[in-house]
Write a protein that binds this ligand. Structure first.
Ligand SMILES: Nc1ncnc2c1ncn2[C@@H]1O[C@H](COP(=O)(O)OP(=O)(O)OP(=O)(O)O)[C@@H](O)[C@H]1O
Length: 494
């Protein structure tokens, strides 16, 4: 018999298997091959699904798991060169004219009716934001009163890549090179301790400020994390908004909303003075906005955020003289009631609270001290420390105490201020600032109290019960029992 016909005969034999009787051998072979193929396909599809899932979850790392990429961050100075100087962003450098600026100077637009947008903290990593008009639990009036401004259209609309941190926007280096014209020197807004800040425009037309962090022994990485943790998830009309970030190779960048009218330091002592003097109303609007931002950071979110570097150059100003607190690179996140002892005191000379400078004890009271110095700076137009002045005037706080103590309070007002503030407005501002710079940290008021005192049109203490009077160094101190002023509630009468 030829081999083919013997094979055919074999294949046609009927075989019983697994209780199935009478199936020919070739049918069995087909069945086995079919089952085998189906199994392979199932395994393959399971593997593909698993890979997709694990890729998705690994890209959603929380903040504390931002990948540790090399700490050796070198700044690509070559990227700073602009190969096409003729193609600079003309519209970006088109600063508001002096005339436009001046027209805003006296404005005191009230923000009282703003819809409040409150970001309540869920935990360290998730701060949920919601828009509301009144009620919310947890932090009482501070949260409501000092909540954020109206929710506006997202500046990120029309951009391709969403954040891998579950917040903000993950920009590529290319996006930011395009936005800043390859980090052109003409777009440099300024240089701080941790990096260079560039002005830029995203593809969707949103103006941004891009902070390119420098490599200073891992500090860039640290600053990057701290800023992202401190303000990545929070929203307040007086906090500069962090829109996103770029982590690419050795590059670390932070992308903020662009704030278009410089900072308080430039208005009081620097380049913005050419646009005119800030009026008293503009100064108080900026200061009150800063107080509201701090009240929010200290009292409305959990963990609270201690900024640690409150100073005039970190108060950005928009064209309506709204303050936008910025630069959270030194910020510290603390649980409520928690203080922190640090061995390295950070901050800026002249603004640092004495107990923090002397012992390293850090809590929100150190921000309140720095805020007091800032307020004195706005009232007097003087630097916190100015070696160009006579010895007894070098330190602003000491000089001011001396002036108030010798009943010369009205002489401390910035001589460039025209018109001068009313007596009661000056008195209120001086009183608030002196309470904030109280050498005893626990006597300083809370930021929500400070904001309320600055906001009130009437003298804040008229309605208070006065029960004790004493005279100190030419100033009449009236101690009060007003709970809202805290245990140290006291009025200073210049
Ligand atoms: N979002 C922004 N919009 C507009 N300008 C900004 C923005 N962020 C920062 N700037 C400007 O960039 C410059 C550098 O800011 P940065 O916060 O890095 O440093 P600094 O506050 O000047 O110094 P330091 O490192 O001592 O805090 C400042 O002039 C600041 O006004």
């Amino acid at each position: 018999m030829p081999p083919e016909s013997s094979l055919n005969a074999e294949m046609s034999k009927k075989i019983s298997f697994f209780g199935l009787k009478g199936l020919k051998l070739w049918v069995w072979v087909c069945l086995v091959v079919g089952v085998f193929i189906v199994m392979i396909l199932c395994i393959l599809s399971l593997w593909i699904t698993f890979r997709r899932k694990s890729r998705r979850s690994s890209s959603k790392f929380p903040f504390n798991q931002i990948p540790h990429v090399s700490k050796d961050i070198r700044v690509d100075r070559a990227g700073f060169q602009n190969p096409h100087p003729e193609s600079l962003y003309i519209e970006m450098n088109d600063k508001s004219t002096g005339k436009t600026m001046m027209s805003h100077l006296g404005r005191t637009k009230s923000s009282d009716n703003d819809t409040l947008s409150q970001c309540s903290s869920v935990n360290h990593h998730e701060r949920a934001c919601s828009s509301h008009s009144g009620e919310e639990g947890g932090f009482g009036s501070a949260g409501r009163q000092y909540g954020g401004g109206p929710v506006t259209a997202s500046p990120l609309v029309g951009l391709p890549e969403i954040s891998h941190l579950g917040w903000g926007h993950w920009f590529t280096l290319r996006d930011l090179e395009l936005a800043t014209n390859r980090f052109a020197p003409v777009n440099v807004l300024g240089e701080g301790g941790y990096g260079v800040v560039y002005r830029g425009k995203l593809v969707n037309g949103t103006e941004v400020a891009v902070k390119k962090l420098l490599n200073n022994l891992g500090q860039a990485e640290k600053e990057f994390r701290v800023e992202v943790e401190a303000i990545g998830h929070v929203r307040h009309k007086n906090l500069v908004r962090l829109l996103g970030y770029c982590i690419e190779g050795v590059h670390r960048m932070l992308v903020y909303e662009y704030v278009n009218s410089g900072n308080l330091e430039q208005w009081l002592h620097g380049a913005m003075r050419q646009h005119g003097n800030l009026t008293w109303e503009a100064r108080m609007k900026i200061i009150t906005g800063t107080a509201q931002a701090l009240a929010y950071l200290h009292e409305a979110i959990e963990p609270k955020v201690v900024h640690r570097d409150i100073k005039a150059s970190n108060i950005l100003i928009d064209d309506e003289f709204n303050a936008k607190l910025s630069d959270f690179g030194l910020a510290k996140l603390l649980d409520s009631g928690e203080s922190h002892i640090t061995t390295r005191v950070m901050g800026t000379f002249g603004y640092v609270a004495p107990e923090y400078a002397n012992t390293g004890l850090l809590n929100e009271k150190s921000d309140i001290y720095s805020f007091g110095v800032l307020l004195l700076e706005a009232i007097t137009g003087r630097d916190p420390v100015d070696y160009g002045r006579p010895a007894n005037e070098v330190n602003l706080v000491e000089w001011l105490k001396m002036m108030v103590g010798t009943r010369r309070a009205e002489e401390v007002v910035d001589p460039r201020l025209e018109p001068r503030p009313s007596k009661s407005a000056l008195k209120r501002a001086l009183l608030v600032s002196l309470r904030c710079v109280d050498p005893e940290a626990e006597k300083r008021p809370r930021m929500s109290q400070v904001a309320r005192m600055l906001e009130s049109d009437e003298h804040p203490f008229h309605k208070e019960r006065r029960n004790k009077r004493s005279k100190t160094a030419g100033m009449e101190i009236v101690e009060t029992k007003d709970e809202s002023l805290g245990p140290s509630g006291s009025e200073t009468k210049p």
